[in-house]
Design a protein around this ligand. Structure first.
Ligand code: MG
Length: 362
């Protein structure tokens, strides 16, 4: 055998090992059970980006829910993933921290796209290690909290129907932030005595209005208020906080780890969402930073399927409050993952995210 033939033969196994990973994206339209109204929008459906990452015979699944407020759409998220698909196809998923660092460096913004990639890689890693992701993060699934169920703004009779549908949830989340807040809460209180958590989605523009409404909400059995005023008005939030008793949680003001130290001077807690920060690893970092600053931690989600909600749920044993109902608000979830029993999150004990195809799913 000459030297050239010998090199060819020894190179063959190496070529076989370097088989490319597969990266597939799909924009999925998720139909809402009820028209969803907040201070920002009103809609019948949401589109999220789904991602399949296949390597070494295993497929990890990810999902990112683009947030309009940050000028993201499912289409821009898909383009962002496509821009790094070539890199992902040759990347080693066992080096997932390094890979995600490179993805974050290459993609400007587009946090839902980053979240989809992060979740798919973490699902892949969990499956390969044969452990559920909560175990990978060293968590006890029995510590998973109850999740609130969100009641969107609506007419009183529809609000009553939504509250009946939310019978198994011990705590409800109410969206306010419009002139009709009192009316909305009155129709909720006429139907239930359950503890309420309230999200104003930056709806109140003056600090006096915020103080008046928060103190009134406290008298109505509200546990805490989320983002009462615009994210940029941190000085006003600080003033409001000195005039009210219930905790104030930052949501729209809290996107990334670097935001948290300043927020600790004005808020009592932060709402961490994987779609805002770009995935599970970044969310885990945010939770650690928030804890180190003495903040309460809430884990939230966007309207999305069980892929993204289950990813957040695997971190939920670290949270004081969970608002992980995004998959329960849709009628065509392609997967099942985290379940809810009497409001408590039940984490799947299967490897990775632990997803299964939904019965009769799409
Ligand atoms: Mg919120």
């Amino acid at each position: 055998m000459n030297r050239r033939d010998c090199l060819k033969l020894t190179a063959l196994p190496l070529v076989a090992q370097r088989q490319e990973n597969a990266v597939e994206t799909e924009i999925v339209r998720l139909n809402l059970r009820h028209t969803w109204t907040t201070t920002m929008s009103s809609s019948e459906f949401r589109e999220t980006l789904h991602l399949g990452f296949r390597s070494q015979g295993t497929t990890g699944r990810g999902e990112g829910a683009p947030i309009v407020r940050y000028k993201e759409s499912a289409q821009t998220a898909q383009k962002a993933v496509q821009s790094v698909a070539g890199y992902l196809k040759t990347a080693d998923p066992w080096k997932f921290s390094k890979v995600l660092g490179e993805v974050f460096r290459r993609i400007d913004g587009e946090w839902a796209a980053k979240a989809a990639i992060d979740i798919a890689l973490m699902d892949w890693v969990g499956q390969k290690l044969d452990v559920p992701l909560y175990r990978y993060f060293g968590l006890d699934p029995r510590d998973a909290p109850v999740t609130t169920f969100s009641i969107g703004m609506d007419k009183p009779d529809v609000v009553r129907q939504k509250i009946r549908e939310a019978e198994q949830f011990p705590v409800l989340k109410i969206k306010v932030g419009l002139d009709s807040d009192e009316e909305m809460l009155a129709s909720v209180r006429a139907a239930t005595k359950k503890p309420l958590r309230v999200d104003a989605n930056e709806g109140w523009k003056s600090r006096e209005e915020a103080v008046r409404k928060i103190n009134w909400l406290e008298s109505q059995g509200v546990e805490f208020i989320e983002q009462p005023m615009p994210a940029s008005m941190i000085g006003d939030i600080r003033w409001v906080r000195s005039k009210v008793h219930i905790p104030i949680i930052a949501d729209e003001a809290c996107l990334h780890p670097r935001d948290i130290p300043e927020l600790a001077t004005a808020y009592d807690g932060v709402n961490v969402k994987i779609d805002k920060c770009g995935g599970m690893l970044e969310a885990f970092r945010m939770i650690q930073i928030a804890r180190s600053l003495g903040l309460k931690v809430m884990l939230g989600c966007m309207v999305s399927s069980s892929v993204a909600v289950t990813a957040a749920a695997h971190l939920s044993p670290l949270a004081d409050y969970a608002d992980l109902d995004g998959n329960l608000l849709i009628s065509n979830d392609p997967h099942t993952g985290v379940l809810v029993e009497k409001g408590k999150l039940i984490l799947p004990n299967r490897p990775g995210l632990g997803l299964l195809p939904a019965k009769g799913g799409v």
